[in-house]
Design a protein around this ligand. Structure first.
Ligand SMILES: Cc1cc2nc3c(=O)[nH]c(=O)nc-3n(C[C@H](O)[C@H](O)[C@H](O)COP(=O)(O)O)c2cc1C
Length: 370
């Protein structure tokens, strides 16, 4: 049904316009009490066996909406209504910015992929903090806040920009993510190098503790799938050394591997980050490597090309406590989370594991002991 609607309506529209139209419907539905109760009852049934505890937080399940969909925290309740167990808002930058010129979002439908060069279009940390402070949540999903660097801020002053966002946003965040991996802000990914990352993460940690002294806000870092293996290990070691809470693997890729010859060559040539099915294999490999390195010392979040319950289950076995998605939601539509919850509950019930937590990293542990 949604596929037909997608092909007849959304596919004919500019992808960014389609995004905002769908977004408006979600927000509207979430505002009408009868409607939101009905939608949530149909789309977000809770499977008790999927209850998850991560980052010191209790969640209905392990599924989250990846950053970038709700950059300004305008539809947190709406996304929870559709069944997402956690919603990561952002990326929010210190200052408001318009992002890159349009067109900047492209659908590679035959490859079930997207290319985006949005460039952190967002209202800035002050406006988003104000919105989070004054919202009246109904569904109360776990809310992650993903922060990044304002484009015009030079690389040497990046830490101050992240600190500004942290001071404004940390108190509204169930967890905080330092995004150093989007390919659409020049120089941002250089911050993944340990010599830059160490002072940055230290400054953000201190700012979070200073601005929210009453609770320790969990801090994670989000990395690119394009890092070399040695750099993945270096980030993992640094995260453990600094007492970070977790790593999100991965963001979009600048590589174009994994694409079939099916998508229009002109679209494939667009600059930006590639997401969806083609990034699946690499995101999984990065996750496995991280889990082999850090085991249960960090909470790992698997994201990149997760399309169905089998993909989610595979990420959990590879070490993910939480999983997220963006591109598959565009292609699968509002029933996606319902299918994911049902499918994952079935995988768990068919497995030798009593709980999801028991299954986390099981494949990697098995391989290590073989
Ligand atoms: C249009 C678009 C915008 C995105 N914006 C952000 C962003 O602002 N911050 C971020 O950390 N990731 C962003 N991402 C990356 C996603 O959060 C996710 O890491 C990536 O798309 C891989 O997951 P997927 O294959 O399920 O889409 C964006 C992705 C897309 C498609």
């Amino acid at each position: 049904m949604y596929k037909l609607f997608f092909n007849l309506v959304f596919r004919r529209m500019d992808p960014e316009r389609a995004h905002y139209l769908a977004f408006r419907w979600i927000r509207l539905a979430a505002r009408v009490p009868v409607l939101r109760t009905f939608v949530a009852a149909v789309l977000a049934p809770r499977a008790k066996e999927l209850r998850t505890e991560a980052l010191g937080l209790r969640m209905h399940g392990p599924f989250g909406l990846a950053a970038g969909f709700d950059k300004n925290a305008v539809a947190v309740d709406g996304m929870a209504m559709l069944g997402f167990d956690h919603v990561e808002i952002g990326t929010v930058t210190g200052e408001p910015q318009p992002g890159n010129p349009k067109k900047r979002l492209f659908r590679l439908v035959p490859d079930r992929a997207l290319i985006n060069r949005m460039g952190f279009n967002n209202e800035g940390s002050a406006a988003v903090a104000e919105r989070l402070a004054t919202r009246h949540p109904v569904f109360k999903p776990v809310v992650g806040v993903n922060i990044g660097k304002t484009k015009v801020v030079p690389e040497e002053e990046a830490a101050a920009d992240y600190v500004k966002s942290t001071e404004r946003l940390a108190r509204h965040a169930d967890y905080l993510v330092v995004n150093v991996s989007s390919p659409n802000t020049p120089g941002l990914r250089n911050l993944q190098a340990v010599e830059h990352l160490r002072p940055l993460l230290t400054a953000v940690r201190e700012a979070a503790d200073r601005s929210v002294p009453e609770r320790r806000v969990p801090l994670l870092v989000k990395i690119a799938p394009d890092l070399a293996d040695a750099d993945i290990d270096a980030v993992a070691d640094l995260a453990v050394e600094l007492g970070l809470d977790g790593i999100i693997a991965t963001n979009t890729t600048i590589a174009r591997d994994g694409l079939g010859l099916r998508s229009d060559a002109a679209l494939v040539a667009e600059t930006g980050g590639l997401s969806g099915a083609p990034v699946k294999e690499r995101s999984l490999a990065v996750l496995r490597r991280l889990y082999a390195r850090v085991g249960d010392d960090l909470t790992l979040v698997g994201v990149g090309g997760i399309e169905n319950a089998d993909d989610a289950w595979q990420r959990i076995l590879a070490g993910a406590t939480l999983v997220q998605g963006y591109s598959a939601f565009i292609y699968e539509g509002p029933f996606w989370m319902r299918a994911m919850h049902r499918g994952l509950a079935a995988r768990l019930n068919d497995s030798p594991y009593a709980t999801l937590a028991d299954a986390v990293g099981a494949d990697v542990r098995k391989q290590a002991s073989a």
